[in-house]
Design a protein around this ligand. Structure first.
Ligand code: UD1
Ligand code: UDP
Length: 364
């Protein structure tokens, strides 16, 4: 068995890292193919270094562009690269354009495709991510569903039970592996002057939020007001897409919101764990908040992670300032005694077992 990992963005690097480590532990040969969708150091190479990953064997250097151009160029280069590597299985993770291209390219070969984090649905086809996940799921031989709920969704769409394995989400593996390290090693709290102080951690980068000027302004206004009511500061590690939009629209970020550079994983985990509350539109951050026991408010109209809402860890507030203020207020003092719905931290091992590799459990 030879596995090729096709990945391209920050969340894919973080969530595939435990699977890559499980391959190394099982002495399974693998090859990392990076599409180059993310290329800024702060979204890319810092994670390879910090998560102890080898440099990708291939970097296809595709970079940014419109959906068609970015996905099309990836498709051409991934096909050429897979011909050269000739793996038995390709693994992709999540819902980005890199996943779409990796899935389509692989599906036209005799190489097996495995989709990690299969069966998530927002039921909102305006999101490019929704199309990407649906397509990737339907062309995969192996669907690794994080929860029983995502498995049921795949079955409803007519996907055979034999193709689906409920593994848990590899983000749990990543959090369990790194949260102690973050506590020991990260100095982010003192660097930012947050030691012993209440604060809100914010991220916002989704196209539907930050590419729409009125909606982005409305989110910033809402978060600023919510923070004033609690008399706390908001720390916002800002994704380059959002930073560019602030600039394009000439938006002045309100005083209560401190924008900082995107953080490496241990710093970010530390900020998540220590925050009084998290406001976000990120998929991975909704999950991590839930796993770490920190209340989360999601600035979207829907979520493909309903498990977080059902256990009481997360609420949707859209982009309306009043709704943001009200829901932050309601979530502030919530007791975080929910159970993590995303599994036990052995998702990576289960994924490899499905591919016929025998692995040792509990090494994470
Ligand atoms: C992509 C994913 C999104 C995911 C996010 C993770 C798609 C359609 N979207 O969004 O689902 O949540 O990654 O972070 O695949 N840029 C840089 N440096 C980089 C990469 C991007 O400055 O390394 C800037 C460029 O201005 C670029 C913009 O960000 O045009 C958007 O990048 P893109 O890859 O299209 O999407 P993301 O917003 O990163
Ligand atoms: N993350 C990080 N540094 C940051 C912001 C996020 O390490 O400054 C991590 C976060 O812990 C999570 C992942 O990036 O694991 C989420 O990625 P992102 O929000 O970009 O994408 P999404 O999950 O929404 O696709």
């Amino acid at each position: 068995e030879h596995v090729a990992f096709v990945l391209g963005t920050r969340p894919e690097i973080i969530k595939l890292a435990p699977v890559i480590h499980a391959c190394s532990d099982a002495m399974l040969p693998y090859t990392i193919v990076h599409t180059g969708q993310h290329y800024s150091e702060s979204l890319d190479s810092v994670f390879f270094e910090q998560l102890d990953l080898p440099d990708p064997a291939y970097n296809l250097g595709v970079g940014s562009g419109s959906h068609g151009k970015q996905t099309g160029e990836m498709l051409i280069r991934i096909e050429e690269t897979l011909e050269e590597i000739d793996p038995d299985t390709v693994l992709v993770q999540g819902d980005t354009n890199s996943v779409l291209a990796g899935a389509i390219a692989t599906s036209k070969t005799d190489i097996d495709l495995g989709h990690v984090e299969a069966g998530l649905r927002s039921f909102d086809r305006r999101m490019p991510e929704e199309t990407n996940r649906v397509v990737a799921d339907h062309v995969s031989e192996h669907l690794f569903a994080p929860t029983a709920q995502s498995e049921r969704q795949l079955r409803r769409e007519g996907i055979e039970a034999e193709r689906i394995t409920v593994t848990g989400n590899t983000v749990v593996d990543a959090v369990y592996r790194n949260r102690e390290l973050a506590r020991e090693k990260s100095t982010v709290l003192s660097t930012l002057g947050l030691d012993g102080r209440a604060f809100v951690l914010m991220t916002a980068h989704r196209a539907e939020n930050v590419d729409d000027e009125a909606r982005f302004r409305s989110i910033l206004r809402g978060v600023d007001r919510a923070a004033r009511e609690r008399d706390v500061e908001v720390v916002y590690p800002i994704h380059p897409r959002a930073a560019k939009r602030l600039d394009d629209f000439g938006i002045d970020v309100p005083d209560r919101i401190r924008t900082i550079e995107p953080r490496e994983y241990l710093d970010f985990l530390r900020l998540e764990a220590e925050a009084d509350l998290i406001v976000t539109d990120s998929g991975g951050v909704q999950e991590e908040a839930c796993i770490l026991g920190v209340p989360c408010v999601t600035m979207r109209d829907n979520t493909e992670r309903p498990e977080t809402i059902e256990v009481g860890a997360n609420r949707l507030c859209g982009a309306d300032p009043e709704a943001i203020v009200r829901i932050v207020d309601e979530m502030w003092d919530v007791t975080s005694d929910w159970e993590n719905p995303f599994g036990d931290g052995d998702a990576s091992e289960r994924i490899l077992e499905t591919l016929g590799v025998s692995v040792e459990r509990g090494v994470a």
